[in-house]
Write a protein that binds this ligand. Sequence first.
Ligand code: ZN
Length: 152
Amino acid sequence: MPADELRSLYQEIILEHNKNPRNFRVMADADVTLEGYNPLCGDHYTVYLKIEGEVVKDVSFKGSGCAISKASASVMSTMVKGKTRQEAERLFDRFHALVTGKPDQSVNLDEIGSMAAFAGVSEFPARVKCASLAWHTLHAALENKQEAITTE
Ligand code: ZN
């Protein structure tokens, strides 16, 4: 597939997730609830996790922000649901490497799925914080941080 086609496909994934975000709801019985805030852009979300043993049984989020931050939170929620804490942390590491332009050479595009849509963000440093906000919030929530996190 030519690079520009791939690029527009990825853009479509972001636009589609922004329009129809997955797991976009308050989770009343969440085990972990954590807020994440990106003051540069005004993205502000709460991430909810339901944890059973080592498994993240359910993930949801609520809040508002730009298209990239919302689509990224949506993709994060679909990818992390049902994974172990360790697998979720690994996905966080991969996402972080992807949007900061240091993709792991061994990354298999099928394996990272819709996450790949955010690779282009690495060209826009101001957008990296938008794209990684939900992932950073997830990471902090898995480490049982209680205080709201901020990208600044
Ligand atoms: Zn943003």
